[in-house]
Design a protein around this ligand. Structure first.
Ligand SMILES: *Cc1c(COP(=O)(O)O)cnc(C)c1O
Length: 325
C-alpha cells in the first residue's frame, strides 16, 4: 500500500540504511556539483553512473590492442573474436533465459528493427500490431515504418492500448479484452515491460499467453525492465525481447544492447532475418563460404563482431560486478 510517509527524507535515509546494496555506491563516480556535495542521482533510467572500474578496463583493452594488434582477436586476455560470448552468461541471468537465447549486439532501436524483420510477418487478414499508449517515440517510429514496409497504413495497422478516461494506467482486463477484440487480425504485441512514462509494469506472462491464443507474436522492449525488475523470458515463452544497457545497467553512453529470442524460433527457417557473417556457423566462418549457415542460437541474428570497444568495456565492468556477487 502507498504510504505518503514513505516519501519523507527521513524515510528515504532509513531505507538507504537497510539497503543491502548501499555499499555499491562506493563503486561509482558521482557527477560534480557546484557546492561539492555528493548529489542525489535520479537519472539511472537515462544514463547510469560511471563505474570507477571503467577507466582501468578501457586501459586494459587499449594495451591489448597496442601489444597484439590483429592477434588481439585471439590472444589478448579477453579475445575479441569471442568477446560477446563472455557476456551471454550474465545477460541470460539478467532476463532469466538460456545462454543460447541471448546475445549482446547493436543498440536498442537497431535491434527492434532486426527483430521486427523476423517477428512481424503480416498477412492479408492478420497484420495488426498492439503497442502501449505513450510509447517511447523510437518504438512507435519503428513499428510504423515496418507497417509501411509491408504496404500498410500505420493508422489502420498499429493499435494503441489506452487507459480509461481519467486513469493513468491501462487496466489489465482492458489489455486482455483489447487482444480478444483484435483476435485473429492480431499479428504482433509489442510492449515495454515498464512503460517509460507511467512506470506501469505489465503482466508479461499473462499477456504472452493471451496473445499466443490468437497466434500472435509477442515481443517486449525491456529498456526499463532489464536490470530493474525480475524477468523470466524463457519460462514465460516470450517470443523476443531487446534492451539497452546504459539505463539500469550502467554501461556508457551509446552502450551495447542485448536481445532475447526464444529457442523455439532458432531453427525456424520460415522466419525472415537480415543476415551477416557474424551469424554464420563459427567453425566455418573464416572459410568465407558464399551461402549463410546460421549458428543455431540467437547469435544467428548478430551482424558484426560485437565490439565497438567502448561497449565491451561497459558491459565488462557490469559483468564484473555481477560475478562478484
Ligand atoms: C531508451 C529507450 C529507447 C532508446 O533506444 P536507443 O536505440 O538505445 O536510443 C527506446 N525505447 C524505450 C522504451 C526506451 O526507454
Amino acid at each position: 500500500m502507498f504510504n505518503p510517509e514513505d516519501c519523507s527524507l527521513k524515510a528515504a535515509l532509513n531505507f538507504d540504511k537497510k539497503d543491502e546494496l548501499a555499499k555499491f555506491q562506493e563503486k561509482f563516480h558521482f557527477p560534480k556539483t557546484q557546492n561539492a556535495q555528493k548529489p542525489l542521482y535520479f537519472c539511472g533510467h537515462s544514463l547510469g553512473l560511471m563505474p570507477k572500474q571503467t577507466a582501468a578496463a578501457i586501459e586494459e583493452i587499449n594495451e591489448a590492442w597496442k601489444t597484439f594488434a590483429v592477434d588481439g582477436h585471439f590472444h589478448s586476455a579477453w579475445p575479441w573474436v569471442s568477446s560477446h560470448e563472455s557476456l551471454s552468461a550474465s545477460l541470460s541471468r539478467l532476463v532469466v533465459a538460456k545462454e543460447s537465447e541471448v546475445v549482446a549486439m547493436n543498440t536498442l532501436t537497431v535491434n527492434l528493427h532486426l527483430l521486427l524483420v523476423s517477428f512481424y510477418k503480416p498477412k492479408k487478414n492478420k497484420f495488426k500490431i498492439l503497442i502501449e499508449n505513450n510509447t517511447f517515440p523510437s518504438d512507435k517510429y519503428a513499428v510504423d515504418s515496418h507497417a509501411r514496409l509491408h504496404g500498410f497504413e500505420p493508422k489502420e495497422c498499429v493499435v494503441e492500448l489506452k487507459p480509461r478516461e481519467g486513469e493513468m494506467i491501462v487496466r489489465e482486463e482492458d489489455i486482455f479484452s483489447q487482444i480478444e477484440d483484435l483476435g485473429d487480425s492480431l499479428a504482433l504485441v509489442m510492449l515495454g515491460n515498464c512503460n517509460y512514462l507511467s512506470g506501469q509494469k505489465f503482466n508479461m506472462k499473462a499477456i504472452t499467453e493471451h496473445a499466443h491464443r490468437f497466434e500472435a507474436m509477442v515481443g517486449f522492449n525491456l529498456a526499463h525492465g532489464a536490470g530493474n525488475i525480475d524477468l523470466k523470458l524463457h519460462e514465460w515463452k516470450v517470443d523476443f525481447a531487446t534492451w539497452c544497457t546504459y539505463k539500469y545497467i550502467n554501461s556508457g553512453p551509446g552502450g551495447m544492447a542485448g536481445i532475447f529470442i526464444h529457442e523455439k524460433h532458432h531453427l525456424d527457417k520460415s522466419l525472415n532475418r537480415f543476415e551477416g557473417w557474424w551469424g554464420h556457423n563459427k567453425k566455418e566462418r573464416f572459410k568465407m563460404a558464399p551461402v549463410f549457415d546460421p549458428i543455431p542460437t540467437a547469435e544467428a541474428w548478430q551482424l558484426y563482431q560485437v565490439l565497438r570497444k567502448k561497449e565491451i568495456i561497459s558491459l565488462a565492468t557490469w559483468n564484473f560486478y555481477l560475478r562478484q556477487n
